[in-house]
Design a protein around this ligand. Structure first.
Ligand SMILES: [Cu+2]
Length: 302
């Protein structure tokens, strides 16, 4: 009878833990910035899944500890040693198999979401056969034909975006509800393309072109921030990102094509300020790529 009651209590506890950890996983959606891309929805699904799994393991372990403290507490005057339980094959097998299955499940979820995100980084480096077999009907969201391609160049210390109509700008403009392929290129050192609202973060390696497909779904202005320390003016390496209607995007492209690309950016402005130090050391400072280029071109003229 006691065994039945214990089994019932255990089942009740597991059901409760599943319910609570699922609820906590649902809350995880509110911890993130608003989802600005279709990709963000996938990443949030994965994050919510991981939070639920973590919550379930946490509740399970705390539940076991509480159960032991309540039901196996020593009597007030009992100072004897506890029974040294060792060598339980069943327990050791459980402790081996359960976490292994859990980790494999998490890995499978990650690869599944990664495939849907269509980030080519992994394929380029590891050449894993991520493509679905030719005869399999592709899932609608797996085949994201990115019609537009924008070249993103990161250099010390600014972002330059080159658009299909040859316009260049230090702002990233994207049409809403359309997949755009970003061709990420870095000059000189590693930079990181990081947009929290897009839930995308991709390192940019000099000498490598890494594609990133984004499908913005939410109008607005966002902030792109470099996520890899790239030297003196790293903190200033950020850019405005605009998600706008297809019409507005086309109009902006036409206007941008007429605009000469400005050189000035925060790093250059900062670098050109006279040093605010008490003592004039006269020590050389780090020149920004753009200043070096301007200086070189001026030398060429003279
Ligand atoms: Cu950088």
């Amino acid at each position: 009878m006691l065994k039945v009651a214990e089994a019932f209590l255990l089942a009740l506890f597991i059901a409760g833990a599943i319910f609570v950890s699922h609820w906590i996983g649902q809350q995880a959606y509110t911890w993130m910035p608003p989802q600005a891309t279709a990709e963000a929805q996938r990443v949030d699904d994965l994050f919510s899944f991981l939070v639920s799994v973590g919550a379930f393991v946490f509740l399970g372990l705390v539940g076991m500890m509480l159960y032991s403290v309540i039901f196996f507490r020593a009597k007030p005057d009992d100072y004897s040693e506890g029974h040294p339980s060792r060598g339980s094959t069943k327990l050791e097998l459980l402790w081996l198999v359960a976490p292994t299955l859990l980790v494999l499940w998490i890995a499978a979820q990650n690869i599944n979401i990664y495939r849907q995100l269509n980030i080519l980084g992994l394929k380029q480096i590891v050449q894993l056969p991520l493509e679905a077999p030719a005869d399999a009907a592709p899932e609608p969201d797996q085949l994201k034909a990115a019609t537009k391609q924008i070249k993103v160049v990161a250099k010390q210390w600014d972002w330059t975006f080159e658009y299909p109509n040859q316009a260049t700008s230090h702002e990233l403009h994207l049409p809403v509800n359309q997949s755009t392929r970003l061709d990420l290129q870095a000059e000189a050192v590693i930079h990181g393309f990081y947009l929290p609202a897009f839930r995308l973060k991709q390192d940019m390696i000099p000498g490598r072109e890494i594609d990133l497909v984004v499908t913005p779904i939410r109008f607005g202005k966002y902030r792109l921030q470099d996520s890899q320390y790239s030297g003196t003016y790293f903190a200033l390496m950020s850019a405005d990102v605009y998600v706008e209607s297809q019409e507005a995007y086309k109009q902006w492209l036409v206007a941008a094509a007429k605009q000469p690309s400005e050189v000035a950016n925060a790093a250059i402005a900062e670098q050109q300020q006279p040093p605010k130090t008490l003592f004039k050391t006269g020590w050389q400072t780090v020149t920004t790529t753009a200043v070096a280029k301007v200086a070189a071109s001026q030398d060429g003229d003279s």
